[in-house]
Design a protein around this ligand. Structure first.
Ligand code: SF4
Length: 251
C-alpha cells in the first residue's frame, strides 16, 4: 500500500442517521469536501487538516493527534485496535466527501476487507459516480445523499442518477437520504423521486428532516407528512428518520 490519505479522525460511535441508526460503528472520517451544503454540520472537514486524531480506546474519546498524510498501514492498525473488542457492526467511511480520496480507497479497501470482517459502509454526497465506480466492488452498504438545491444550495441531479444506477446495477445495498427543510421546493423533490423511480422503484429512500440551523429551519410536521405521501406515490419504500446523534450529544 503506497497511497496516503488525509485523515480527520477515527473513533467509535453510534450511527445517528439512516436505516442503521443505533448501530455501533467504527468511523473513519476523511478530510476534504467539494460541496458546501447549507445544512452541513461538518464544516471542519472541508479542508484536509494538517493534523488528524485517533481514538485510543473505543468510545472513550481519548484522542491522540497524528500528522497528515497517513498511510493505509497506519489506518489499518488504528482500525484493528478499535475492532479488538468485537463490539462493532460496521466500519463507516465518511467525511467530508470520502470519494475525493478514491485512489487511496481503491488501494486500501481490499486490504481492509482481508483484515477486518465487518461490513464496509460508505457515507457520501452521491455526486461522484466516476470515483464511486473505482471503489464499488469493496463496499457492502452505501448511504448516498440526493441534494435538493433549495435545501442544500447544491445541484447534482444527473450525477446522483448516474451514481444510483451504478449501485443498482452492481446489486449492492444502497439507500438514498434526502434532507428536507422548511424551504424545500416540491418540484425539486418530485424530480428526484421520479428519477429514482425510473432507476429502481424498490430503492429505499430516507426523508431526513433537517436538524435545525439558522440557515436551515426545520420543516413543519404537516410538510413532512405531505412529502412522505408524495414520495410514496413514486417509491415503495420511504421512511422518515431524523438525525439522532445530536439528541444523544454524540460526535
Ligand atoms: S457533502 Fe457532507 S461534508 Fe460536504 S458540505 Fe455537504 S454535508 Fe458537509
Amino acid at each position: 500500500m503506497n497511497a496516503t490519505a488525509n485523515l480527520v479522525e477515527i473513533f467509535s460511535a453510534i450511527q445517528g442517521e439512516g436505516i442503521y441508526v443505533g448501530e455501533r460503528q467504527i468511523f473513519l472520517r476523511l478530510g476534504g469536501c467539494d460541496l458546501r451544503c447549507r445544512f452541513c454540520d461538518s464544516a471542519h472537514t472541508w479542508q484536509p487538516p494538517p493534523q488528524g486524531r485517533v481514538e485510543l480506546t473505543p468510545g472513550v474519546r481519548d484522542f491522540q493527534k497524528i500528522t497528515n498524510p497517513v498511510t493505509g498501514a497506519q489506518i489499518l492498525a488504528w482500525l484493528q485496535r478499535q475492532f479488538q473488542g468485537g463490539k462493532h457492526q460496521a466500519i463507516s467511511i465518511t467525511g467530508g466527501e470520502p470519494l475525493l480520496q478514491a485512489d487511496f480507497l481503491a488501494e486500501f479497501l481490499p486490504q481492509l476487507k482481508k483484515q477486518i470482517s465487518l461490513p464496509i459502509y460508505l457515507e457520501t454526497g452521491g455526486h461522484r459516480p466516476q470515483e464511486f465506480a473505482q471503489v464499488l466492488p469493496w463496499l457492502d452498504i452505501i448511504a448516498m445523499d440526493y441534494k435538493l438545491p433549495s435545501v442544500s444550495g447544491e445541484n447534482y441531479h444527473s450525477e446522483h442518477g448516474e451514481f444510483l444506477r451504478l449501485a443498482v446495477q452492481a446489486g449492492v445495498e444502497i439507500f438514498v437520504k434526502i434532507i428536507l427543510d422548511r424551504h424545500t421546493q416540491v418540484e425539486e423533490l418530485t424530480k428526484a423521486l421520479a428519477m429514482m423511480q425510473g432507476i429502481d422503484p424498490q430503492v429505499l429512500v430516507i426523508l431526513q428532516p433537517v436538524t435545525p440551523r439558522p440557515t436551515s429551519p426545520a420543516p413543519t410536521p404537516a410538510q413532512v407528512l405531505t412529502w412522505q405521501t408524495l414520495a410514496q406515490d413514486y417509491l415503495q419504500r420511504v421512511r422518515v428518520i431524523p438525525q439522532t446523534h445530536p439528541l444523544l450529544g454524540q460526535l
